[in-house]
Design a protein. Sequence first.
Length: 85
Amino acid sequence: MNAVAVMEVPREILDSARLTVPDLKVEIAVHLYEQGRLSLGKARELAGMSLWEFRQLLASRRISPHYGIEDLDQDLETLRRLGRL
């Protein structure tokens, strides 16, 4: 069973920011992904979105995907195993 953390946000804060609770979760997910604190998978999970939807959201906000040398190496190895390289 997964433990759930609960955070209280006063209604007036949400109202001032013109956010719903789901909107706030999306904003937190985007921010943490942009800061490199959450992976794409965990961020999209927090946002409650599909991978495609979350990637589209990031693109609409001009947030680049995190793709490093290790990711490239893994992709190249996968392509080699599949006989595509």
